[in-house]
Write a protein that binds this ligand. Structure first.
Ligand code: ATP
Ligand code: MN
Length: 465
């Protein structure tokens, strides 16, 4: 008999499945016994909902049934009947049970519900089996899929940028090195420097912090591209919003100015929310009930509200006039802290905010200079509870100006000569942005810690396996 997924059974019209025989396979979430009957809640990962299995003890060997405990993996064949329980329309009456794997009750750590998220982080190998992480990782899948769908439907190309790179567009010191040199016996040059010519690539290399610079090369040929890949930052920021290994989506578009860029980003965010509200309504409903009672309202609100757009300079004025007691002082030129961002988004505007035209000193060298010579065409998108989820800009497309900015920022020419060259040959106005995948996951799941929206989080001094 062919196995059927539990989700298919539960979404079917009960009339069409009642009275039929099915085979289901999954993991036992709970087993409740009354006199001669057991009720097993079976979950196979296809949905947050469990299928109730009714086991008549007289049909099975007693010692065999003892092995079917929380966490064990089983296959069950039987007839679907209408359920007398009010919460579920159907249940499966077991005729035949196969035990694939036991989960000894004295050792299996997920015996009861309600473990803390901190505890579950320590058992990253088992936490996908909880309702919470099942929901989160299903949402993660649907989010990734909807990102590809959004861009594909718009004619963007998925452009693969390298993971091992030689350039560092964010500034040195935050990158993970990649090397095959013997750390116990590092070859040195006659001047006493590390001799990278003996390394695997013959050059100093590191894991990428962003695919943007290479993404621009794609956009200046294919028109509209996006990247979607792992990104690595060795920054020692032990916050609830930073990972050392995270995923980033970076669209890059030729012939887009900063307004086009903002429009695309806003449309993108709304598209993803709308998609998830439909595709994941059960999982989102679960998270809404268990963790964040305002989650669904917030998502609907963001979907229905035009984002507030204002300049950095206007934001600084609002913050200065706010009479709030910020920990970090506010003045023109300061890099905004998350307390400032959250005040603007959650208290002042009560909706997502797009901030533009930041001082050039606090932004990257590749952002297009405004006519004031002081600010750049940057745009950051801030959302409630998370703060910055998107950082983007129109790119400097003028050769001389870009050259100047590279110098001012002391970016080594050996790292960016190829990038600069695109402004020599067929340069075109273009724009792009980066969306942190896990930041967006925080926003759509309502979870409070970025470690809980990626299967295997990597943060300073923390890597489970
Ligand atoms: P932040 O100021 O929050 O550290 P950033 O200015 O370093 O962010 P960008 O370099 O603009 O961020 O990266 C683009 C996007 O990638 C950010 O808007 C954010 O969503 C995400 N991001 C950046 N750093 C991290 C990180 N360490 N972990 C997870 N996501 C990140
Ligand atoms: Mn950062």
């Amino acid at each position: 008999m062919q196995r059927i997924k539990i989700k298919e059974l539960l979404i079917a019209d009960p009339k069409n499945v009642i009275g039929n025989e099915y085979l289901v396979k999954g993991w036992v979430r709970t087993r409740r016994e009354s006199k001669n009957i057991s009720f097993i809640a079976l979950n196979d990962g296809s949905t947050i909902n469990h299928l109730q299995i009714v086991v008549d003890h007289s049909k099975f060997d007693e010692d065999f049934l003892k092995k079917i405990t929380t966490g064990s993996a089983i296959g069950v064949k039987g007839e679907i009947l209408e359920s007398p329980a009010p919460k579920q329309p159907i249940e499966l009456h077991a005729d035949d049970i196969e035990l694939y794997g036991e989960a000894p009750a004295d050792e299996y750590p997920l015996q009861k519900k309600g473990h803390s998220l901190e505890f579950l982080r320590e058992i990253a190998h088992l936490r996908p089996r909880t309702n919470t992480f099942g929901a989160i990782f299903r949402i993660r899948h649907h989010l990734a899929y909807s990102i590809h769908k959004f861009f594909n439907d718009k004619g963007f190309y998925y452009f693969h940028t390298p993971i091992i790179t030689t350039s560092d567009c964010e500034g040195a010191g935050e990158m993970f090195r990649v090397t095959t040199l013997d750390l116990y016996n590092i070859p040195l040059t006659s001047e006493g420097n590390i001799d990278f010519s003996q390394d695997f690539f013959g050059k100093e290399t590191a894991l990428t912090v962003s695919g943007q610079l290479e993404g621009e090369l794609g956009a200046l040929a294919l028109g509209e591209i996006y990247t979607f890949g792992p990104t690595f930052r060795a920054e020692n920021s032990n916050t609830t919003r930073h990972l050392a290994e995270f995923w980033m989506i970076e669209p890059e578009m030729a012939f887009y100015d900063i307004i086009d860029n903002m429009n695309l980003a806003e449309e993108f965010i709304k598209y993803l929310i709308k998609y998830l509200l439909e595709a994941c309504y059960e999982d989102l409903g679960f998270l809404n009930n268990m963790y964040d009672k305002e989650l669904l309202d917030r998502l609907h609100h963001v979907l229905d509200t035009p984002f507030e757009r204002l300049t950095y300079t206007e934001a600084i004025e609002i913050l200065q006039n706010s009479k709030q007691n910020f920990e970090f002082p506010i003045y023109w030129g300061v890099d905004l802290q998350s307390e400032h961002e959250r005040f603007l988004v959650e208290k002042y505007f009560n909706k997502p905010v797009i901030l533009t035209d930041y001082p050039k000193e606090i932004k990257a060298f590749y952002m297009k200079l405004n006519d004031d010579d002081k600010t750049v065409k940057a745009m950051d998108i801030l959302v409630p509870r998370v703060g910055e989820i998107i950082g983007g800009s129109q790119r400097e497309d003028n050769y001389d100006k870009l050259f100047q900015r590279i110098k001012e920022n002391h970016v080594p020419m050996k790292d960016v000569w190829w990038y600069l060259e695109t402004r020599k040959f067929g340069s075109a106005p273009h724009s792009g942005f980066g969306l942190g995948f896990e930041r967006f996951m925080l926003f759509v799941t309502g979870m409070g810690n970025i470690r809980d929206v990626i299967p295997f989080p990597r943060t300073p001094k923390n890597i489970e396996f």
